[in-house]
Design a binder for this molecule. Sequence first.
Ligand SMILES: Cc1cc2nc3c(=O)[nH]c(=O)nc-3n(C[C@H](O)[C@H](O)[C@H](O)COP(=O)(O)O)c2cc1C
Length: 342
Amino acid sequence: MSIASRKEQHVNLSLSGKATFREKTAGFERYEFEYCALPECDFRDVRVDTTFLGMPLRRPFLVTGMTGGYPDAARINAGIAEACVQSGIAMGVGSMRAALAASAPDPSFTVVREASTEIPIIANLGVAQLAIWHRDGSLLDMVDRAVDMIGARALAVHLNPLQELLQPEGEPEFRGVLDAIAQVVASERTTVIVKEVGAGVSGAVAKRLVDVGVTHIDVAGAGGTSWAGIEIMRRSDADQVDHLWDVGIPTAECIRQCRDIVPTLIASGGITNGTDCATALALGAHIVGSARPLLEAFSRGGSDAIVQLVDAWELHLRQWMFLTGCASLDAFRSMSPLNTRA
Ligand SMILES: Cc1cc2nc3c(=O)[nH]c(=O)nc-3n(C[C@H](O)[C@H](O)[C@H](O)COP(=O)(O)O)c2cc1C
């Protein structure tokens, strides 16, 4: 199957309603906010604006990388970019590997370039591909091309050993990946955001990344989209691999393990409402990301549906901040007004 057809199949399967974890959750339900009866702030003064990758964001939210590389992806990426500009939030695109192999810039990616003057746009490549380019000496050239194609403020490097293991066309070859990441970081070409794709980054993995200079990590933990599930659905021998459907570290646990290690921590994976956003931030994340729920909103009601969802998430976040007596995101993060449910 061509990469373009595979990308289209991924979007369709993720919208099928079957691509989620079966038994595992992101873990946010295990926490509850401690109510503060004496907040020293007015609700209207609760602020959720922040800066990310050197640009202002109206809300601490990011649509994490999903697609590009086939004709209809131009419509999706343009629609997501429009919603992100209107909402004042950041946006990632999907893997750009195939686009870099083509001779001309791919319109399904360049369509987001215009938005890059107003919001941070994030390029995307897989870590196994980075290792191949690291070995053949073309790595930094490829990074420059990906970043330039869309005017990106950062490059997201996705770690996906579980997905590569299960993908029918997968290449589970990860030798040398940390050296490749280190080369891109050391080159100071762009900010590197290392992310998973829904199976999570542990504290131990985060430490190895931070030790080579990585400053931004998106834990992309378990509990939302199951990439194992999506690839298992694409296989003819599903019964041989079905036991791996729910592999991964729940997002709330990833945040807990990574918060004292990672300078800029992004929490994503299974974020489905404003209370999840609030809990992720109170647990220690700086930015909250979401993928499939926003793609679903787009497929239901276009850019407007994303804007409405983000408005609701912001309102609910501000409500939780007020009810815990926190007028700023810094206060919300450092006060950790969370109890563990029994
Ligand atoms: C249709 C689709 C395509 C995706 N493609 C990519 C990709 O190319 N690169 C990447 O880093 N992550 C990709 N992801 C993973 C998301 O960025 C995210 O980490 C993951 O879906 C978990 O978040 P969620 O539970 O909010 O969906 C994709 C997700 C979806 C739903």
